[in-house]
Design a protein around this ligand. Sequence first.
Ligand code: LMR
Length: 399
Amino acid sequence: MFAQVERLPADPILGLTEAFNKDTNPNKIDLGVGVYRNAEGITPIMRAVKKAEAQLLEQETTKAYIGSHGDPLFAQHLLPLVLGANSPALDAQRATLTQAPGGTGALRLAADFIKKTAPEKKVWISNPTWPNHYAIFKAAGVEKGNYAYVDAKSNELDFPAMLADLKEIPQGDVVLLHACCHNPTGFDLDQEQWKQVAEVLQERELLPLIDFAYQGFGQGLEEDAWAVRFLAEKLPEVMITASCSKNFGLYRERTGAFIALAANREDMEKVRSQLAVVARSNYSNPPAHGSALVGIILGSQELKSLWQEEVTEMRERINNLRQEFVQALEPFGLADKFACVAQQRGMFSYSGLKPEEVEQLQKEFGIYMVKTGRMNIAGYNQDNLQYLCKAIASVCKTS
Ligand code: LMR
């Protein structure tokens, strides 16, 4: 049988890490996969996480299963982080959380849940989006459609086109939205724009699925949750996928959650029962280590403050790098061309570099980024910024 199996190309994002690791260029720079790196180019274990791990080592008494919905303490602390400490949805007991193996696992839960309970619904995805969105919904057998997001020519957010497309989506379908730090573009909606989106969702009874993978990386932990909380207040039903990969640095621990807000407690219980079955038939129980750490951190005033400081450090470093990048391109006459990088938010920038320029950067300079021109801003530092900008100037001149 295996001889008949088709060989597939590497993943457009994870495949870059493999190629980067093999590259012998001493000046190589990895701007591919979305992991945070500090000024030394390292993805550190956060100090709050290290302290929580020490506590966990002391206190953990069992490795028994944690159940299909995951760790109750994790849910108890993550829900208010996402929905707000005074969330009316939490007071009304209309929210349910199912822990998942990372944000990707949460999206897969969402996709399977949609396929199982409302197979006629299509999911509408921004163009462009994180490529794995397509793969996840395809694997779950959910049909997909696109709505406009960025104007390909100007490389700017095209909000009128987005809104016009949302108005055409068939009533009752699912719309996948990025809460903040849009992946791959870094272009976010402002509050006025979110209000207009909410109106369309309301009018057409569309069901939002909000991908919330970068809380704290845009403008702040509370600020980044604004749209999630606004939609949670305005709409009877909302789905959210949250990730602790980035803001807790727990990438490989696979820690995330699928959150559903229903119109009332009774409906919420129905949804929850479905999610237990979806999780059970996928992986049964989620991994316990990451969620235990999140529970410890958010449950301790001291560790929570330390963690908040660290999230601020990461966010500020990324935002400074954005400014420095544009400044460093000034001598090459490219500051205007790349001015958008300083305005975008989160880990990624849709740089506007064309696929052939990206290819040249990789081949000639050992600089790796996603083919679409998406750069991980946290991937460069003071030591290699000049090299990066020189390389970009060189490919922009020749192409
Ligand atoms: C990314 O977009 O690079 C991250 O979300 C990591 C991933 O799984 O693709």
